[in-house]
Ligand binder design. Structure first.
Ligand code: AMP
Length: 172
């Protein structure tokens, strides 16, 4: 399965100089979607990650996280942008290219001492995924792996992450 052929490149989006890797064309391809979820699940099983939860990062991590959690018989936890979650939260601010952003999880979303895999569509600089890992640590649990569809290798994002298995299905 050639996943790269199902991912659409949109030059100069959302701003000049950025090539946006659009996974909506992969999502709408039945075989591609199934292969994507099955591949992530298979690697997690082969590495014996045995997560109690999949933590998905808003918003495209919400697409891939739940079917992966379902396959691995894990729970799903959404990490949301600030101000969206209604109950008490853990929050981590992180740097973007311009300015800052903030990710939050409910304080009671993850039972302490759990094993958690972080999922998002893409890793670029790694700042977002690292913030997600810090949230899991704040919740008293352990990040046991990361899963991405796309990795932009030149940006070196994986160097920002803890030393656990980091899976990506397509590299640019
Ligand atoms: P980063 O924190 O730099 O690793 O950025 C990762 C987040 O930004 C992910 O949630 C991606 O969905 C999004 N993102 C960053 N760069 C791109 C890109 N070139 N194409 C699509 N999404 C991107």
């Amino acid at each position: 399965m050639n996943l790269k052929s199902l991912i659409r490149d949109i030059p100069d989006f959302p701003k000049p100089g950025i090539v946006f890797r659009d996974i909506t064309t992969l999502l709408s391809d039945a075989a591609g979607l199934r292969y994507t979820i099955d591949s992530l699940a298979r690697v997690c099983q082969e590495m014996d990650l045995a997560p109690d939860y999949i933590l998905g990062i808003e918003s495209r991590g919400f697409i891939f996280g739940p079917p992966l959690a379902y396959q691995l018989q894990a729970g799903f936890v959404p990490a949301r942008k600030s101000g969206k979650l209604p109950a008490a939260v853990h929050a981590i601010a992180y740097d973007l290219e311009y300015g800052q952003d903030c990710l939050e999880i409910h304080q009671d979303a993850i039972a302490p001492g759990s094993r958690v895999v972080v999922v998002d569509d893409l890793i670029a600089t790694g700042g977002t995924a690292r913030a997600a890992a810090e949230l899991i640590e704040l919740a008293g649990s352990e990040v046991v792996g990361f899963g991405f569809i796309v990795e932009l290798t030149e940006l070196g994002g994986r160097k920002k992450l803890p030393e656990v298995p980091i899976v990506s299905l397509v590299e640019y």
